[in-house]
Design a protein around this ligand. Structure first.
Ligand SMILES: [Zn+2]
Length: 233
């Protein structure tokens, strides 16, 4: 096997390892995120806060209605109790009673509105709870799929590590170092195929003498443009 062929073999394995590692990082990010569940949780919290506020309002109107009813009864007792006989006082009491009844009617309207709000708040809460449950189920399902994929990738990576060792063993140290440096400088791709007379990495065609050297010589020949090691089958 030529020097370039040995490096190409190593490059192919390393590119696979890179792709699998990138996917692993992606999976780990996805496993750490639960965007939909978080959104559903905060939506539920919002709905519940509004519902609590609405219930509080309804209770306070209820208490006010009760207090107005109690006051009305007191006025009625005084009015019809027979102790008050003075016409002006009786008229005042009747006015008080009428005013309390108007107040009661107004409060009952507000109480009714508040109760309608509470009811729609409860409906919204149920819907928000259902959405949260749905998001949690979806998350568990996707976690299950991702965890399975993760395990598969881990075992593939273990196999590739063994293959890499075998591929690297026959390569001279200087070539390994050259390859490692180029991998770092060239975003992971140190060796490029010569395809249809052009470098597959950058697309530029080397001179015909250089292309011929790539095909025939057991030497490291670089692409004149992107400086990667060229390899031809
Ligand atoms: Zn190139």
């Amino acid at each position: 096997m030529s020097r370039a062929a040995a490096l190409m073999r190593l490059q192919t394995i390393d590119s696979q390892i890179d792709a699998h590692r990138n996917r692993l990082a992606e999976i780990d990010r996805a496993l750490g995120q639960d965007v939909d569940v978080s959104a559903a949780r905060s939506a539920l919290a919002e709905v519940q806060a509004a519902l609590a506020e609405g219930s509080k309002t309804a209770r306070s109107f209820e208490a006010e209605v009760q207090s107005v009813v109690a006051k009305g009864k007191e006025v009625e007792t005084t009015l019809y109790g027979g102790k008050v006989t003075h016409p002006k006082e009786l008229r005042d009491l009747q006015n008080d009673l009428a005013s309390l009844q108007r107040r009661r009617a107004a409060l009952e309207d507000k109480l009714l509105e508040a109760m309608v709000d509470v009811e729609s708040g409860e409906t919204a809460e149920k819907a928000a709870l259902a959405r949260l449950a749905e998001a949690e189920t979806a998350l568990q399902k996707s976690h299950g799929t991702l965890t399975a994929e993760r395990a598969k990738i881990e075992s593939t990576l273990a196999r590739l590590a063994i293959e890499r060792e075998a591929a690297e063993a026959p390569i001279p140290v200087t070539d390994r170092e050259l390859y490692g440096t180029l991998r770092q400088r060239k975003r992971g791709l140190a060796v490029a195929r010569l395809e249809d007379g052009a470098c597959a990495a950058c697309g530029v065609a080397p001179s015909s003498s250089r292309a011929q050297a790539v095909r025939q010589e057991n030497a490291i020949i670089f692409c004149g443009n992107c400086e990667r090691i060229l390899y031809a089958e």
